[in-house]
Design a protein around this ligand. Structure first.
Ligand code: HEM
Length: 674
């Protein structure tokens, strides 16, 4: 169940995270069975908070609806089989075990209210993040207290030991306790919040009073001290033994929470209160990576070339030479969790000596004369797609052209009917989302697994047909392949199909979309390539350098590995930022310029996958489909420029690139000029 809740990566994160210790610390010396319930809630809250931060609810129902279901689950543990695993854990484990704590019905209602207030505060935060509503300082104070989730912790403390709940009024005490934790959190997290654009008391004070950073930080310190004083004064009031015991437990819990926040910060320099955003290494977790990663890449290359990304639990590598080294020398084991669950065992996750023999089973189909087969098919498909645009004044070249071309080509390669295009669109989308699901959004995990099942059932039929009557396609070839004296198993064949179709679709359509954008932004280049089709190669290579469709690839250190003077310990994930390497000015001067004559990398070498470019990777896993992409890009450029020589951006339209893992524009509104 835990595995379903957070996925294998989330599980590793929790097992290795000191948040776990934090939870245990707050539980204090409570008996094991009670502390276990507390820690499970603590981790659940952490997982939900993490999912909200990650924008998971951007893909699914609103968080308010989630909050309603979370509360209803208390009374209705029977859930539909495909229910969100986060809710399933709540219904099947947390609510029932909390009810067994003997806190009484009234206590349980209070606790449920705290859970609800916290979830609604998270929902509000999500709205603030999406820019739906601004937040004022006057609202923030109460809001922060709810968002800290500490009310739930304090409620649980009541039943953490066998003693009866406090008789006296502890509301003021718990309010102060929540404030102490909240302001510590804001002070310690100020630079991270600043970079994320998150609300934080320091920034709110600074913005609303137009004071200096130092004054704003001091003001929050004052507020923190006042809360501590109030807390201490409240603790000093004489009371009965049960309330005194509760107070002692609360004091310990607050001290643990404050200590944890202070020890885990690297944002606020001790004693000085100095704020310096530049000192913060960007985390892949940040949403800015989706919007515009290039300034963040520059910061990484300049100040943190090899750096541990705490939030994502990976080492980020950003300079050209280092990315090449890491791609070439490290293991590609992370594909075991990124891809294998939806594609099976593929060449991407294999290290030598297993990798090369596996790759060789299909590599012949993407080199030499065989490519001519796919070139003819590509010409036909491009003709079909451009024909459909004919006569329209305005078209979206993303949806109407780029999005379809590579998938249709891959279906032809495998001899799969193009009439099944819509199904494969859905499946490849789900598989690539699973692959890029670094935050382990449970919905994307489940959609990926469903797609695998559907692909598997679909291919069963086609494999059986090919075994009976082979055709002139790659599926027939792999069905007939004999390796080590044996025919490939159905599972292996399915893995080849899935990985090749998935690897050759979104990468390529994003690359084509960026190519079209670059041509429209540079009419001189479009005119040059219209007049000399031999330029197509270098136009394509420059486009995928400047706007790399694959922005990153993961590696793994089997043993300690030194990179650019930094020791990366054994057993670590290493994220190679291809998009950054391709904009490293030490290799590509003025890297943001679209310059088809830069000549740094010979275009042929890049496409032969032996050369120095990084867009297709480096080392043994270099892209198998690089030549095929050039065939597609050349055919696309020729057909579009022939058919619509006067095409230009639609009035007022500018393409917006997005995507942290696979990147490109998702709309290309063009006036055709027929
Ligand atoms: C513009 C389009 C494409 C780009 C930018 C691209 C990029 C890449 C990159 C960066 C890698 C290396 C991944 C790593 O080292 O972890 C890779 C590997 C791979 N690509 Fe592509 N790719 C594209 C299109 C295609 C196409 C059309 C195919 C279909 C044949 C394909 C098949 C593969 C395969 C099978 C691998 C794994 C090779 C191995 O592990 O030995 N790619 N691609």
């Amino acid at each position: 169940m835990r595995h379903n809740l957070i996925g294998p990566r989330g599980r590793d994160k929790l097992l290795s995270s000191d948040l776990f210790d934090y939870g245990i610390g707050v539980a204090g010396d409570a008996p094991y069975d009670r502390a276990a319930v507390f820690v499970r809630w603590f981790l659940w809250i952490f997982v939900v908070d993490d999912l909200v931060d990650a924008g998971s609810w951007e893909h699914s129902d609103s968080l308010e609806a989630f909050a309603r279901t979370a509360l209803a689950a208390r009374h209705a543990p029977e859930l539909a089989p495909n229910t969100d695993p986060t809710l399933r854990v709540l219904a099947e484990d947390l609510w029932p075990s909390t009810a067994r704590l003997d806190g009484g019905a009234e206590w349980l209602d209070t606790f449920a209210e705290s859970v609800s207030s916290w979830l609604l505060a998270e929902a509000k935060l999500d709205g603030i993040r999406r820019g739906q509503r601004p937040l004022r300082r006057s609202e923030y104070l109460e809001f922060r207290r709810l968002l800290s989730g500490m009310d739930m912790a304090w409620d649980l403390l009541v039943v953490m030991t066998e003693f009866v709940s406090p008789v006296g009024d502890v509301d003021k005490l718990t309010r102060c306790a929540s404030d102490i934790v909240s302001w510590t959190n804001d002070l310690c997290g100020i630079e991270r919040d600043l970079s994320f654009g998150e609300p934080n008391l320091v920034t709110l004070i600074k913005d609303e009073t137009a004071c200096s950073w130092q004054e704003a930080v001091d003001a929050v310190h004052d507020r923190y001290r006042r809360s501590v004083q109030e807390f201490q004064a409240e603790c000093a009031v004489p009371t009965d033994e049960a309330t005194a015991a509760y107070r002692r437990r609360l004091c310990d819990a607050v001290a643990t929470a404050v200590g944890w926040h202070q020890s885990s910060t690297r944002y606020l320099q001790a004693n000085t209160g100095t704020v310096d955003v530049e000192q913060t290494a960007p985390s892949l977790f940040w949403r800015q990576f989706d919007r515009d990663p290039y300034p963040l890449y520059a910061r990484l290359r300049d100040h943190f070339p090899v750096v541990w990304d705490e939030s994502m639990e990976t080492w980020l590598v950003s300079r050209y030479e280092d990315v090449r080294t890491a791609l070439t020398e490290l293991s590609s084991k992370p594909y075991e969790w990124q891809l294998a669950p939806v594609a099976g065992v593929t060449m991407l996750q294999l290290d030598e000596p297993e990798h090369l023999p596996n790759r060789k089973l299909v590599s012949g189909a993407f080199h030499g004369r065989t490519l001519d087969r796919w070139a003819e098919a590509t010409e036909r498909i491009v003709g079909l797609l451009v024909g459909r645009l004919h006569g329209k004044d305005q078209v979206d070249l993303f949806a109407d052209f780029c999005r379809e071309l590579p998938l249709r080509v891959m279906l032809v390669v495998f001899g799969i009917p193009e009439t099944d295009l819509a199904k494969w669109k859905t499946w490849t989308d789900a598989i690539t989302r699973y692959f890029g699901n670094y935050r382990q959004d449970p919905e994307l995990l489940q959609a990926g697994l469903r797609a695998r099942q559907a692909v598997s059932e679909y291919l069963d039929r086609h494999i059986a047909e090919r075994r009976r009557a082979p055709g002139d396609d790659l599926l027939s070839d792999v069905c007939g392949t004999v390796a080590d004296g044996e025919r490939l198993t159905d599972e292996m064949i399915k893995a080849f199909c899935t990985v090749l179709i998935a690897a050759g679709t979104e990468t390529a359509y994003k690359g084509l979309a960026s190519l079209v954008a670059n041509l429209l932004d540079h009419p001189d280049v479009a005119a040059a390539v219209a007049g000399d089709r031999d330029l197509a190669r270098q136009v394509w290579v420059e486009s995928i350098r400047k706007d790399s469709p694959v922005q990153l690839a993961n590696r793994y250190t089997v043993e300690d590995f030194e990179l650019a003077g930094t020791l990366i310990p054994a057993g670590a994930t290493v994220t190679c930022l291809l998009g950054s390497a391709n904009r490293d000015p030490s290799r590509y001067p003025l890297p943001e310029r679209f310059d088809i004559h830069r000549g740094t990398d010979a275009a042929d070498e890049v496409l032969d996958a032996a050369g120095p470019g990084i867009a297709f990777g480096a080392g043994r896993h270099t892209c198998l489909g690089a030549q095929l992409t050039h065939i597609e890009a050349r055919a696309a450029m020729s057909a579009l420029l022939d058919a619509m020589p006067r095409m230009r951006w639609a009035d007022g339209f500018r393409p917006a690139h997005s995507g942290r893992v696979l990147r490109g524009p998702r709309r290309l509104l063009v006036t055709t000029g027929w």
